[in-house]
Design a protein around this ligand. Sequence first.
Ligand code: PLP
Length: 494
Amino acid sequence: MDAGEFRKRGKEVIDAIADYYESLDQMPPMSTVKPGYLYKLIPHEAPESPDAFDEIQKDIQEKIMPGITHWQSGNFFGWFPSNSSFPAMIGDMYSTMFDVIGFNWICSPAVTELETVVMDWLAKLIGLDKRFMAIKEDGTEGEGGGVIQGSASEAHIVAMIAAREMAIERIQSSTQASQDNLDAMRHRLIAYFSDQTHSSGQKAANIIGCKTRIVPSDDDFRLTKAALVAAIDKDKSAGLIPFFVCGTFGTTNTTAIDDLVGIAEVAAKEHLWYHVDAAYAGAALTCPEFRPLAKGIERADSFNFNAHKWMLTNFDCSALWVADSTHLVNALSIHREYLPRIKGDTSFVKDYRDWQAPLGRRFRSLKLWFVMRMYGASGIRAHIRGHVKQAKWLEEKLVEDGRFEIMAPVIFGLVVFRVRPSAIFTTPDDTVDPDTVNKVNTDLVKAIQADNRVFLVGTKIKGNDVVRAAIGSTIGTQENVNILFQVILELTTK
Ligand code: PLP
């Protein structure tokens, strides 16, 4: 494929992409293929001589498409949204065009410098504290800064590695421990999560090999200061060394918000690294009215949210900020002659390979830049507010119907509900067998998925099976939420 052929075929593909987006809502959102379907449809070896482009295009439609669940459909309400947008796609096309591996500034200065600037833009857009800014108001470099990771899970790992570095350094300087003692101490490090923290916290701990304490959340699914303090006290008396705590702004199950101020106080007193995971809900902070809910994050050591969830930026674009990059860079910086750094004036030079696990990195800031420029802050806020309004509408309609109960406050775009026990039996709620209520609700989720006009998933909270509707599609409108509501009513009745 030479440039001329690419020009022709590339235009055809752009047409196919635009057609796909225009027809998305006419397709059932969920793929219904059976495991192994594709193995039966495609050859089991790469072709010896080149396949024709038209053949491959045809296979996309006939073989790949059936195995796609359409996350970008307006009728997709599963998990959390994974927003795509045309501006982001265009940014990604340029990234693909350059195809540079910007691990050090020297690899392609624009890759590093745009990321630094755009992450500061984003920090300001969500009202993040100045501590997290790479460039201070006076134009000099700050201690902190942002970096784009592939996912919130990677951000969690990276934050925990920095936390371990900080803890070891503190122990070393306060106790003059020998290397042997330090190695032994590493095995006593313990990280704190709530039972609502995303699984990525536990995974990060497994990867770095530290202990974890899962602290029970309160009745509102929040990690509280009191519960955290109690857990820490117990662990310290057992000889463990607390070093990391994760507070969540918008948990996965219910979008609950932990006691972020209380956690900050504990973290400061106990010298813990304080990571705030706002993977989904962080995008809401683009709207100033949500910022009072995030009080406490200004005291965090690291803060993360996924622009690829609810902020119009195609996967992958997970924004991580640290207030002080020293520990992160110390932990992840490894010198080799084949990874040269710039000599001389190094102001504004960030070698982002020291801020992440992999060496190589894509030019991901381009898509974020396109999104922020082409939507503007006002467009991004309208996107968020529209979904929050639709979620509140759905909540109201479900309550009005009388057969449903809302199982967690609707703060952002997520509505968590269930069919209430008294809608199943004509007995008071508290005399109904919980297993039966759970079965009715898991059956409702299965029925909605089988019906396949809309897609959503269920979850379990405090022993109750519930239905989760996450509103947040880029192309979704109130019309899609109307369909969702009608499907819920119809299948509940059935
Ligand atoms: N944290 C929270 C609160 C989440 O809801 C999720 C995913 O939904 C994650 C972390 C993990 O996100 P990622 O897929 O970017 O690792």
